[in-house]
Design a protein around this ligand. Structure first.
Ligand code: MN
Length: 202
C-alpha cells in the first residue's frame, strides 16, 4: 500500500452545525477511503506506486481515468479535511493576508471570488486558492476530481485551499443549496494551516 488514508484530524461531529457528522463520516470512510483504495489498486506494479502524490499528479497519465480520478480524489480530500478546523482556525494574517490584498483587493474580495468559483462550477468539482511560482495567488475551479497540479488543469498553481462541491459533500444537510454550504465551509477555514502552506511555497 503506497498511499495511506490520513487520519481525520477531528471527530465526525467537530464541524457541526456547519457540516453534519453523518456527511463527514460517509465522506471520509466511504468516498475518501474509496479513492485511496482505488488509487493503490490502479497504481500497483506501475512506476507511479513509489511516487509522492504531488509527483504523481505532476506526471499524471491524463488518459488513464482510474489513476486520474483516484489520484485527484486522494489528494483533494487530504487537503479538504486539513484546511478545516473550528477549534483553531486562526486569523488571516502575515504574508498570506498581504498576498490576498494584492490579488483580490481585500479579504472580502477574496471571499467573494472564491465563493463565486465554487458556486459556478457546473456539476461536480472543486474550487481552489492556488499559489504561483512567483508567490502570487489565484483562484480557479476544476471538474470531477481534477486539480491544478495536473497537466493543463485550472490555473496551474499549487493549491493551498480547496472546497469540494460534489453533492456528496453537502446534500444531506443542504440539499441543493450549494451557496449555503460554501458559506459554512468558509467559516471553518483553518487560516493557520493555509498560511503555513503559503509560506512553505515562497
Ligand atoms: Mn468528496
Amino acid at each position: 500500500m503506497s498511499f495511506k488514508l490520513p487520519e481525520l484530524p477531528y471527530a465526525y461531529d467537530a464541524l457541526e452545525p456547519m457540516i453534519d457528522a453523518k456527511t463527514v463520516e460517509i465522506h471520509y470512510t466511504k468516498h475518501h477511503a474509496g479513492y485511496t483504495n482505488n488509487l493503490n489498486n490502479a497504481t500497483e506494479n506501475t512506476q507511479y506506486a513509489d511516487m509522492s502524490i504531488e509527483e504523481l499528479l505532476k506526471n499524471l497519465p491524463m488518459d488513464n481515468a482510474a489513476i486520474r480520478n483516484n489520484a485527484g480524489g486522494y489528494y483533494n480530500h487530504n487537503l479538504y479535511w486539513e484546511v478545516m478546523n473550528p477549534e483553531n482556525k486562526g486569523r488571516l494574517s502575515g504574508k498570506l493576508l498581504d498576498a490576498i490584498n494584492e490579488a483580490f483587493g481585500s479579504n472580502e474580495g477574496f471571499e467573494e471570488a472564491f465563493a463565486k468559483a465554487a458556486a459556478t462550477r457546473f456539476g461536480s468539482g472543486w474550487a481552489w486558492l492556488c499559489v504561483h511560482s512567483d508567490g502570487k495567488l489565484d483562484i480557479c475551479s476544476s471538474a470531477n476530481q481534477d486539480n491544478p497540479l495536473m497537466p493543463g488543469i485550472g490555473c496551474g498553481g499549487v493549491p493551498i485551499l480547496g472546497i469540494d462541491v460534489w453533492e456528496h459533500a453537502y446534500y444531506l444537510n443542504y440539499q441543493n443549496r450549494r451557496p449555503d454550504y460554501i458559506k459554512a465551509f468558509m467559516s471553518l477555514i483553518n487560516w493557520n494551516i493555509v498560511e503555513k502552506k503559503y509560506e512553505s511555497l515562497l
